[in-house]
Design a protein around this ligand. Structure first.
Ligand SMILES: [Zn+2]
Ligand SMILES: [Zn+2]
Length: 330
């Protein structure tokens, strides 16, 4: 038995009609929370956990403990398409017969990721342009093989755009589009009870990973999504990882500060002679990262570089297949 099987499986009603179900993960995040929300009729399941036996067993135990039948789930919604959130979706859709909701931008991204050969080639080009060596690119690819098998093409019954509502006995629960961590990330907001189900958009002790996406300003979108949340009245945040917490405006302020500091540091590294995303990542992290984490580091740097280029703080010179960065508007 692997150690992660021994944790997870707890469930509790965190707000009347909203149950938090902890499911185990075999990596450092430890647990993912999925939420079972009582609707006027039946239940809404928010996120599905990773596609593992351990996750499914923990979910099954929680459902039995709550005396909720699979068929009582009348809707499934994914906050975003990362494997710890969508993995069990096909199985749970089959078990419950419930329609599936997913934001249209994440559905589009999923279609790209699940085209494995094309996605691999695209990633190779992005990493090469970032100045990553062919040897490291090969290591990154092998490290991602397993995780890529966790992405499956889903056929949602409804493509969300934000603004949709679910009727609950305590008032409507509204879908908020909060792009950044993924392009189609959504949160759910209960304005009457000032509760936010925040997915991976807001996690108490972790700064959510913001990875570069072609044609998008992922960091700019994330910061705007934080402004959106800061404008809401929220007494309780129900995140996908970690315990419920409060103080969202303070969290938003600190996270915005963190990204402002990272941007300033990147500008000073470019000013000091770092030219490629790879050179910047090496200086920023200053310790050896596993190929798996290296990929996330590069994409995080690229999201910041894109943000700074769009605001004319840095400019890019793309030639000979490698992108070189310099200060100024170019
Ligand atoms: Zn995520
Ligand atoms: Zn997550």
């Amino acid at each position: 038995m692997t150690p992660y099987l021994e944790i997870g499986g707890d469930y509790r009603e965190v707000v009347p009609g909203i149950h938090l179900l902890e499911l185990p993960l075999p990596f450092s995040l430890g647990l993912v929370n999925v939420y079972l929300v009582r609707l006027d009729s039946g239940y809404l399941l928010i996120d599905c956990g990773l596609q593992t036996d351990a996750c499914f067993q923990a979910l099954t135990r929680a459902m039995e403990g709550l005396a909720v039948d699979w068929k009582d789930i009348c809707r499934i919604l994914l906050t975003h398409i990362h494997p710890d959130h969508m993995g069990l979706a096909p199985k749970l859709v089959a078990l419950t017969g419930a329609p599936l909701d997913l934001h249209r931008a994440d559905h589009q991204l999923l279609a790209e990721i699940t085209n494995l050969d094309r996605h691999r080639e695209w990633q190779r080009e992005v990493l090469a342009e970032a100045g990553v060596s062919p040897e490291m690119i090969a290591l990154v690819h092998s490290s991602l093989l397993e995780i890529q098998q966790n992405f499956q093409l889903l056929v949602p019954d409804r493509l969300l755009a934000g603004g949709e509502t679910f009727p609950t006995p305590h008032g409507p629960l509204t879908v908020l589009w909060t792009p950044g961590h993924s392009p189609g990330h959504v949160c759910l907001y209960d304005p009457a009870r000032r509760v936010l189900i925040s997915g991976d958009h807001i996690l108490e002790h972790i700064s959510p990973n913001i990875g570069w996406q072609p044609g998008r300003d992922a960091l700019g979108e994330f910061l705007s999504s934080l402004d959106l949340i800061a404008g809401l009245d929220v007494d309780l945040i129900l995140p996908s990882h970690g315990a419920p917490f409060s103080g969202h405006r303070e969290w938003v302020r600190k996270t915005q500060e963190h990204h402002a500091e990272r941007c300033a540091r990147i500008v000073s590294l470019v000013d000091g002679g770092a030219r490629t995303a790879n050179q910047i990542a090496e200086r920023l992290w200053n310790r050896s990262l596993s190929p798996f984490h290296y990929r996330f580091a590069i994409f995080e740097v690229l999201a910041h570089l894109e943000y700074l280029e769009r605001r004319s703080v840095l400019c890019a010179n793309r030639s000979n297949g490698v992108c070189h960065w310099a200060c100024g508007a170019g």
